[in-house]
Design a protein around this ligand. Structure first.
Ligand code: SF4
Ligand code: SF4
Length: 724
């Protein structure tokens, strides 16, 4: 990865009593080290990528503690690592994005949870549920319930989060069960501080190895008949032990308030938003004082019925706050209260939406609805209604001022190597007709947005070709599946390519080979040009495909739009049967620019020549039909007023964000558009030859077209227009 985490790594080294100031996910990473983990693994995904990114870059420091760090090939590999904690009293943590990653890891998790663990085993899941999510709207809660794994959902406060990591390992060991630590976007990115402790070097580790395995024990295998006994252990021993631990160690928190006849049971991750909403209604202050008593569930599964009953006893009504559906917590609380014959009314999804995340605006409205229903003494309900209406009023006024703002969909970065493939596909479809496109997870999914709108289905990470199995069989024209190199190594090789070859599938796969897992922060892949060890891992997609017998294979530079069009055309029309794969090769532009920025800064400091390409549009040639914009969709390609007083159509224009990838020129050429694009080079620390050439060119232009416009004082930068 091209980003440096040097500053973050220093925070991991803090000792007892020092103050850690930083981001939530980094605090969790530090807490893992304070808990004495012997191994850490995972698969990148928002919002928890940093955990592994930082540990991977802190290789030497991890080695000094004896912590083994593994950048797993996928979430299943990461989950399987936890096997070490089944047999040995070692603590370990793995991480991924949930629920997608938990789906992939599910088999291993079932087989982990059944025999249980001796050493603490923790899965740190990033759960970006809601409107900001980049995944499907499911929740880890269901996985925790079905596998009997405990679910920690700490309130987003660094001291609480780090305590819950440390206590989470103890909980895991006290109940012999693996635990999830669920972190939402809000928790991962919260900026705050906590008082650090010393890191703990594990007793058993890479630095202190065991001389051999323990005595064979059948009960440690998730295999019948041991599984029958394990099922009983889960409910008869492990769950009660966990509930005892949660109570004894006060993992859930109670905040008292004077409105004793009502209360709120809130899943920990929602605490900050709840406090903001209570403040808006005049029922809490900035320092955490609340008038409504709160039971904050830092552990949302298992619930502790005795604690719920104690909190609800004597209250007329409680509000249960959990995002999404089913209403697992609300339903369980209802059952606990009914079994105890307590008549406290339970509100939740009756005053709050069943779907979507609970933003402050949503929660404020829901709280107001709860208060109107519960009618607690000592609350001015008219004032609550007035305050609850304020956000909508602000919104209405803003809309009246600025009008309706269109949503801004995400899109490819400027110069992205994947955009040209969609431009080529657009051109081919113009010629041959529309094709069914199986989309996938990754940056290339931006191709589903305007102006490309390509993708008829997305079935998961690396699953596009597998999803073509039936669609290809019912289409006249071959289908095209798009997959990234990240998706290929994660899953696509087995699920897609192997299956298609095995079944003699006759469709097309385009693999975007940009060299990184780009969408998650440019982590290295098995086919990257380098790795965290400083050398290429040595695995090649092309060689792998050849070795398993892919009959039709082309590797094409993505920016060569004409060649890409020809390859797609051939793949769609050839009589040759079988799987056809195009490797679309081009380095992730974001990673490339990050790398070049550092390299160029060094060159400039050393007085060396630096050349940056830029593209431009000749105002006099541009016809103003904007086909180039519709075909390439580059964010640097925009419009400006036509300088010709006799023409009113705005002309195309390239802004300073251009990275000189050349797509606009290529696409203009491949689509036989106007020849208005030119390439220029921005040269810093120009050589004498550059200056001489510039002088000659300016003289020729002056002779042909009259004097050039005045230049600013020589700043060492020379613009050279080199090609039309
Ligand atoms: S991160 Fe890289 S691959 Fe992803 S959109 Fe940006 S340039 Fe393209
Ligand atoms: S304006 Fe053209 S050359 Fe510049 S980044 Fe966009 S597509 Fe590439």
């Amino acid at each position: 990865m091209e980003r440096s985490f040097a500053k973050e790594i220093e925070l991991l080294k803090l000792g007892e009593g020092e103050v850690f100031r930083g981001e939530g996910i980094l605090a969790v990473t530090k807490a893992l080290l304070q808990s004495g983990v012997a191994y850490v693994g995972g698969y990148q995904g928002a919002p928890v990528s940093h955990l592994l990114d930082v540990m991977v870059q802190a290789e030497d420091f991890m080695k000094s503690l004896g912590v083994h760090v593994e950048a797993s090939a996928n979430e299943a590999s990461a989950a399987a690592m936890l096997a070490a904690s089944i047999t040995y009293k070692v603590r370990g943590a793995v991480t991924w994005k949930s629920v997608v990653g938990t789906n992939v890891a599910s088999d291993a998790l079932s087989n982990l949870a059944s025999p249980g663990v001796l050493g603490g085993a923790m899965v740190v899941v990033g759960e970006d549920y809601g409107e900001g999510a980049s995944i499907i709207q499911e929740r880890t809660y269901a996985f925790a319930m079905k596998s009997t794994m405990w679910l920690l959902d700490p309130r987003p406060d660094l001291s609480t989060m780090t305590r819950m990591v440390e206590k989470g390992f103890e909980l895991s060991e006290a109940s012999n069960s693996p635990v999830f630590l669920q972190l939402r976007i809000r928790a991962c990115h919260v900026q705050a501080e906590f008082v650090a402790k010393d890191n703990v070097a594990p007793a058993i580790s890479e630095n202190h190895r065991l001389s051999g395995p323990p005595r064979f024990e059948y009960g440690r295998l998730a295999h019948p008949p041991a599984t029958f006994a394990q099922e009983k252990l889960k409910v008869e021993q492990r769950r009660p032990a966990a509930q005892r631990f949660i109570l004894d160690h006060k993992l859930n928190e109670i905040f008292d308030g004077d409105l004793a006849r009502i209360g709120i049971v809130v899943s920990g991750g929602l605490y900050n938003v709840l406090m903001r909403s209570l403040m808006r209604l005049g029922l809490a202050d900035l320092f955490g004082q609340t008038r409504v008593p709160l039971l904050v569930l830092n552990v949302t599964y298992p619930l502790v019925p005795d604690q719920i009953k104690e909190f609800c006893a004597g209250k007329d009504a409680v509000l249960v706050l959990e995002e999404g559906n089913p209403a697992f917590i609300e339903d369980a609380i209802n059952v606990a209260l009914r079994k105890a014959d307590l008549q406290t009314r339970v509100h939740g999804k009756d005053v709050l939406p069943e779907a979507g995340d609970y933003t402050a605006a949503v929660l404020t409205a829901g709280l107001a609805g709860f208060l109107q229903a519960a009618k607690p003494a000592g609350v001015d309900l008219d004032d609550v209604a007035r305050r609850a209406g304020v956000p909508a009023e602000i919104r209405r006024k803003a809309e009246a001022l600025v009008g309706h703002l269109p949503p801004r969909p995400p899109g490819f970065c400027t110069g992205c190597p994947e955009r040209p493939v969609f431009s080529a596909l657009k051109l081919v479809q113009r010629e041959l007709g529309m094709v069914h496109v199986n989309a996938d997870i990754g940056c290339h999914a931006f191709g589903t947005f305007k102006p490309f709108n390509m993708g008829n289905n997305i079935l998961g990470y690396g699953m596009s070709l597998a999803s073509a199995a039936a669609t290809a069989a019912i289409q006249d024209r071959r289908t095209i599946s798009i997959m990234g190199d990240g998706g290929f190594w994660h899953n696509g090789l087995q699920s897609g390519v192997t299956s298609a070859l095995f079944n003699k599938g006759d469709s097309i796969l385009v693999i975007m080979q940009n060299g990184y897992a780009s969408a998650t922060g440019q982590q290295y892949l098995p086919s990257s040009a380098t790795s965290r060890f400083g050398e290429a891992p040595g695995m090649s997609i092309e060689r792998t495909l050849k070795s398993i017998g892919v009959p039709w294979l082309r590797t094409i530079r993505t920016y060569s739009v004409g060649k890409m069009v020809a390859a797609l055309r051939e793949a769609l029309t050839t009589r040759e049967k079988g799987l056809k794969i195009i490797i679309a090769d081009g380095e992730c532009q974001l990673a490339r620019q990050r790398r070049l920025r550092g390299e160029n800064a060094k060159k400039l400091a050393a007085g060396e020549r630096v050349v940056k390409p830029r593209f431009g549009v000749d105002d006099e040639v541009c016809t103003g039909d904007h086909s180039c914009i519709r075909l390439s969709a580059c964010p640097s390609l925009t419009i400006k007023p036509n300088p010709d007083p006799l023409r009113s159509d705005p002309v195309a224009s390239v802004n300073n964000g251009c990275v000189g990838c050349g797509l606009c020129g290529e696409v203009a050429h491949a689509a036989v558009l106007c020849p208005s694009f030119y390439r220029a080079e921005l040269i810093q620390n120009a050589s004498w030859l550059d200056r001489a050439l510039d002088g000659v060119r300016r003289n020729v232009i002056r002779a042909l077209a009259g004097p050039a416009p005045a230049r600013p004082a020589d700043d060492g930068v020379t613009d050279i227009k080199v090609a039309a």
